[in-house]
Write a protein that binds this ligand. Structure first.
Ligand code: XLS
Ligand code: CA
Ligand code: CA
Length: 441
């Protein structure tokens, strides 16, 4: 059946000189970079929730985005029309992946059993659509935050029956993710945190969250799901404090519950900035700790203090983010999921396509520039020079075998006298500015 996106042609790569608005200037999917096609490095995904389910509503006003499937027929036929539109959007963008929450793709029923029945029916419907589509599933996840039962959290809820409801939902979501060939399963702790410490037993809640995640990992192995389990850090909103605050906090949590070799992170740009970090900081931290999993691509608004989830447009930060992705060994089974929504006034189907084309082109340009930056080696050479002293034998010995007394004795004997050295920040900034803005791609 024709959908809102059916009338659009597939967006094609036309190169940097193209003047066509709906064409890729930089996302040349098949271009070989570092030995592999660009599309296999970036692994772009459309987020079902923002691109198909968002209505443009905000705390001050109702929906502005009205699609055909939102008002025609019963809930299951609406979900099927939405899926038809989703696969048309994927076709137009020529995007290799998508991501979903259970609640985006299937309507809730009156009971848990009915909700799960709807979900499995829609999973079969999506499975059939995937047979004739190039677009695969990057990750699935459960919405454990919208329904009123989750108002005090899911696995951290004081009511054990909410823990059980959440466990059932995640079990079925993992089954469906596996059924559809998903490559990751994400847990975002929407309300896993607190609004006030006054009514919260933090230790108990953390233990429950640790137990829940252990159950997820155990089930993953039991069903032979060979994708990655990912936690998505976010410091606040909707709760005033979320337990998965940032990458470093999540790593501490994983260590505490013995899951650091089982679970990685799905990092979102706007969550990084809400935590007072840059996106590249979070990626570099995950790289350093060996837990980089996947990326949610978007941006916040420096003038607004909340999670605005806008499509990205900052070339500098995206290039440095991609630099750290490459340094961390790439995204592996992860990818770049556009967890981004068009603005309230951008209600046409064409707006949705423009948004993704711009985001994909920005990431592609950033990745190509980062690869070039690494290839020409000038930036890495400056970094290496800064740490060159650690190549000396006495420096290496401090990291390996020497005791504190031996280090002290050597320092005293050699009468060491370290002098301040320039950090070369402005020189590095200039070098990067030239590389980023004058890259010949
Ligand atoms: C919300 C989160 C959410 C997760 C998936 O802020 O970004 O969309 O990515 O539940
Ligand atoms: Ca996200
Ligand atoms: Ca967000």
């Amino acid at each position: 059946m024709a959908t809102e996106f059916s009338e659009f042609d597939v967006v094609k790569f036309e190169g940097p000189d193209s003047t066509k608005a709906l064409a890729y200037q930089f996302y040349n999917a098949e271009k070989i970079v570092m030995g592999r096609p660009l599309k296999d490095h970036l692994r772009f995904a459309v987020a079902y929730w923002h691109s198909l389910a968002m209505t443009g509503g905000d705390p001050f006003g109702g929906p502005t985005i009205h699609r055909n499937w939102m008002s025609t027929g019963d809930p299951i036929s609406q979900a099927k029309m939405k899926a038809d539109a989703a696969f048309e959007l994927f076709r137009v963008l020529d995007v290799p992946f998508f991501c979903f929450h259970d609640a985006d793709m299937a309507p809730a029923g009156a009971t848990l059993a009915e909700t799960l029945k709807n979900f499995h029916a829609m999973a079969d419907y999506l499975g059939d659509k995937m047979q004739t589509s190039k677009t695969k599933l990057l990750w699935g996840t459960a919405n454990l935050f919208s329904a009123p039962r989750f108002m005090a959290g899911a696995s951290t809820n004081p009511d054990p029956e909410v823990f059980a409801w959440s466990a059932a939902t995640v079990k079925h979501c993992m089954d469906v993710t596996k059924q559809l060939g998903g490559q990751n399963y994400v847990l975002w702790g929407g309300r896993e945190g607190y609004e006030t410490l006054l009514n919260t037993d933090m230790k108990q809640e953390l233990d429950h969250m640790g137990r829940f995640l252990s159950l997820v990992v155990e089930y993953k192995h039991k069903i032979g799901f060979d994708g990655q389990i990912l936690i998505e850090p976010k410091p606040k909103e909707p709760t005033s404090h979320q337990y998965d605050f940032d990458t470093a906090t999540v790593y501490g949590f994983l260590k505490r519950y013995g899951l650091e070799n089982e679970v990685r992170v799905n990092l979102e740009a706007n969550h990084a900035t809400l935590a007072g970090h840059s996106f590249e900081h979070e990626i570099a931290t995950a790289g350093a700790l060996g837990i980089l999993g996947s990326l949610d691509i978007n941006r916040g608004d420096a003038l607004l203090g909340w999670d605005t989830d806008q499509f990205p447009n900052d070339l500098w930060t995206m290039t440095m983010s991609m630099y750290h992705v490459i340094k961390a060994g790439g995204l592996g089974k992860g990818g770049c999921n556009f967890d981004a929504k068009v603005r309230r006034q951008s209600f046409t189907p064409e707006d949705m396509i423009h948004a993704h084309v711009g985001g994909m082109d920005l990431c592609a340009r950033a990745f190509l520039t980062a690869a070039e930056l690494i290839d020409d080696g000038n930036y890495d050479a400056l970094l290496a020079e800064r740490y060159a002293g650690w190549q000396r034998p006495e420096a290496k010995a401090m990291l390996k075998s020497m005791t504190l007394e031996e280090i002290s004795a050597r320092a005293e004997k050699d009468e060491i006298d370290p002098q301040p050295r320039s950090g070369k920040q402005e020189q590095i900034e200039n070098l990067l500015m030239r590389s980023i803005y004058s890259a010949k791609l």
